[in-house]
Design a protein around this ligand. Structure first.
Ligand code: SF4
Ligand code: SF4
Length: 312
């Protein structure tokens, strides 16, 4: 196995393994991966499999685990490739193999992560300058590595057919908003920088929907945010709705979008606090000025007493 970098976006793939051609959904490829290929499961080791929040949700439901249990047992924290955003990848075993692979293949195949479904078709999405309103160019590319014998199989597909077969469209739809947060594309701007505290919130919300649900329903969250009862009812019972809501919360709280509105009284309260702080600072500055004046007067007086300076 030579590929050490089957990244989520195809970004870490060795460029020399990418066929230099732009593919569309209608482009034809020859590829088939099945238990009969000589390389079967060769690509399930020595790789970074970054998990999206949707991957984590699907996997832990399939394995019947809480988010906490799943994260502890099967993942390692990382910074997501080419970003400074925290996330998790699958924790490989002592032989560098994915914990879900056996000689018979992937034991979680129906729920396998997005990165495993995309391979060997990557998707590029260029945003010129990363600005809002600027058209992005989207195309596909094919990764062809020596060890992967699937390219020698005689099955024809269009890229669109391959992606439908792999269930990639659903992943794209569920991952899109989160990827935009990770890449800070479009509305957030490439240069938006986050504090360590904000990154911790991003990590918690992106990896542990149980904790996010706790935050929404068992903290002062609803004193601050204005959320319709119909949305609350939906996210209470539907994890996918909760997941989508979590993206909106991240966009609002970290990047200041208006996806979830802050209650007007909270805005008033915090603007009062800001004003109070400003007045405190102004009062502090006045006190300092008065102290300086007093120090100066004391100095003048002591000089006068010592005869260094004449009284006026
Ligand atoms: S999750 Fe399945 S397909 Fe993906 S690396 Fe592990 S065993 Fe292979
Ligand atoms: S054909 Fe390619 S994708 Fe399939 S098991 Fe072999 S290396 Fe992995």
């Amino acid at each position: 196995m030579t590929d050490k970098s089957k990244g989520m976006f195809g970004g870490e793939t060795n460029p020399s393994n990418i066929i230099p051609k732009k593919y569309t959904l209608d482009s034809k490829i020859k590829f088939r991966c099945h238990p009969g290929v000589s390389c079967f499961t060769a690509c399930c080791g020595n790789i970074n499999i970054i998990l999206t929040p949707f991957d984590i949700l699907r996997l832990r439901r399939f394995l019947n685990m809480t988010a906490d249990e799943f994260l502890l047992r099967f993942t390692t924290p990382i910074f997501i490739e080419k970003t400074d955003m925290p996330g998790v990848k699958i924790h490989l075993d002592e032989n560098g193999r994915c914990p879900f692979v056996t000689d018979e293949g992937c034991t979680i195949y129906a729920e396998r992560p997005s990165a495993c479904r995309y391979y060997p078709i990557g998707m590029a999405n260029f945003h010129e300058g990363g600005e809002e309103g600027v058209e992005s160019e989207q195309f596909f590319f094919v990764v062809k590595e020596d060890h992967c014998k699937g390219h020698e199989e005689d099955t024809d597909w269009t890229i669109g057919e391959w992606r439908a077969d792999q269930g990639v469209d659903e992943c794209d739809e569920m991952n899109k908003e989160w990827l935009e947060l990770v890449m800070r594309r479009k509305s957030f701007g490439h240069q938006a920088s986050l504090s360590d505290q904000a990154k911790k919130v991003f990590f918690m919300v992106s990896t542990d929907l149980d904790k996010f649900k706790e935050l929404v329903f068992n903290s002062s969250f609803l004193d601050t945010y204005d959320v319709d009862q119909s949305i609350l009812d939906e996210i209470q019972k539907d994890d996918i709705a909760l997941l989508k809501f979590s993206y909106k919360y991240l966009a609002s709280s970290l990047f200041g979008t208006n996806d979830i509105k802050i209650k007007p009284e909270k805005i008033k309260e915090s603007s009062k606090k800001i004003k109070a702080k400003q007045s405190e600072k102004e009062a502090g500055a006045e006190d300092t000025y008065k102290e300086l004046l007093k120090d100066r007067d004391d100095l003048i007086e002591s000089h006068e007493k010592a005869g260094i300076r004449k009284k006026k």
